[in-house]
Design a protein around this ligand. Structure first.
Ligand SMILES: NCc1[nH]cc(CCC(=O)O)c1CC(=O)O
Ligand SMILES: [Mg+2]
Length: 344
């Protein structure tokens, strides 16, 4: 015991370490900045970003979303300006979500089919002024129903086939308004095939479908429901149609089914807590695969940053890079504008 310090001279420690590692020192390539850059495996680019944001009625409106500091709801005219900003930053696509006028909400969500609803007006205006940016629209019913569900509610049940009919009509009205990608987030069975058929039969066979294939019944959507005004409305939960957070085989089956029905791209939602699903879907199907960094994920990062507990910019960029490492081709994120600015 007395000799112990001398046994740990640096020379003998080195010899010991070389013996156990076989001389393989993984830190060699991490020593310098140039060398770290040289061996980078994944990189985030502005081409990976899809900007998610909110719409509201009126003109000249940019109002803050309480649970998402830094995020605002825009009236159509302001959304056009913001889309222009996104396009100038090189962001390839946007995904707007409407906070519809509560008076337009109905039991069956049929306002989704109105050519003059908020989302369709915004799509038309943005397509006219900023044609170079891609617009991805959600064909789910939740902004349009009085109960906040993504489908039609009958006797306490979300009825599948009738919901699909309405969702298909909504998707068609979005395509007619000029949407570039239809991205249904409702998780009804058979909706991908039904939307594909309707698009093809109506002159929209060039419009791709990005399926929210693996959408989980998650508590991370809280701030979004506040943002689109469905928080107080939602009756019960969405467990009868979204995937259980405990399951991954079910997520694989959902993706397999959506691909068989004609999905061009897959999405996983939420994002960071579900990177294992991203990895599995990418490895299994090799399709363009996306993840949605949802409102609750955004709020967590913002809240910690506002408290001075984490470095917002670093955590934002690290979280986005993690999606790339897991296999994402792109990320739907409320951070898109900030991240794009940072990537300039
Ligand atoms: N069709 C519903 C929908 N569309 C976008 C989100 C969540 C997005 C987010 O949390 O950022 C949800 C989830 C939900 O309310 O169940
Ligand atoms: Mg499905």
């Amino acid at each position: 015991m007395k000799d112990r310090p001398s046994q740990f001279s640096s020379a003998s420690a080195s010899a010991h370490i070389d013996e156990v590692t076989g001389g393989r020192r993984l830190r060699r390539l991490r020593r310098t900045d140039w060398s770290r850059r040289l061996v980078l495996e994944n990189e985030l680019s502005v081409n990976d970003l899809i900007w998610t944001f909110f719409l509201t009625t009126g003109t000249g409106v940019a109002e803050p979303v309480e649970a998402m500091p830094g995020v605002e709801r825009y009236s159509v005219d302001m959304a056009v300006r913001m889309a222009e900003k996104a396009a100038k930053l090189g962001i390839p696509a946007i995904a707007p979500f409407p906070r519809e006028d509560p008076e337009k909400k109905t039991e069956d969500g049929s306002y989704i089919t109105d050519p003059d609803n908020l989302i369709n007006r915004a799509v038309r205006a943005i397509k006219k002024e900023v044609p170079e940016i891609g617009i991805i629209t959600d064909a789910a019913l939740d902004p349009f129903t009085t109960h906040g569900h993504d489908g039609i509610l009958r006797n306490g049940e979300i009825v599948n086939d009738e919901s699909v009919e309405m969702i298909v009509r909504g998707a068609l009205s979005q395509a007619e308004a000029g949407a570039d990608v239809i991205a249904p987030s409702d998780m009804m069975d058979g909706r991908i095939g039904a939307i594909r058929k309707a698009l093809d039969e109506n002159g929209f066979n060039h419009i791709p479908i990005m399926s929210y294939a693996a959408k989980f019944a998650s508590a991370f959507y809280g701030p979004y429901r506040d943002a689109i005004g469905t928080l107080g409305l939602l009756k019960g939960d969405k467990k009868t149609y979204y995937v259980d957070p405990a399951n991954s085989e079910d997520a694989v089956r959902e993706a397999e089914q959506d691909i068989a029905e004609g999905a061009d791209m897959l999405m996983v939602k939420p994002g960071l807590p579900y990177l294992d699903i991203v990895y599995r879907l990418k490895e299994t199907f090799r399709l363009p695969t996306f993840a949605y960094q949802v409102s609750g994920e955004y709020a967590m990062i913002k809240a910690a940053a506002l408290n001075g507990w984490i470095d917002e910019e670093k955590v934002m960029m690290e979280s986005l890079l993690a999606f790339k490492r897991a296999g994402c081709d792109g990320i739907l994120t409320y951070f898109a504008l900030d991240a794009a600015q940072r990537l300039k």
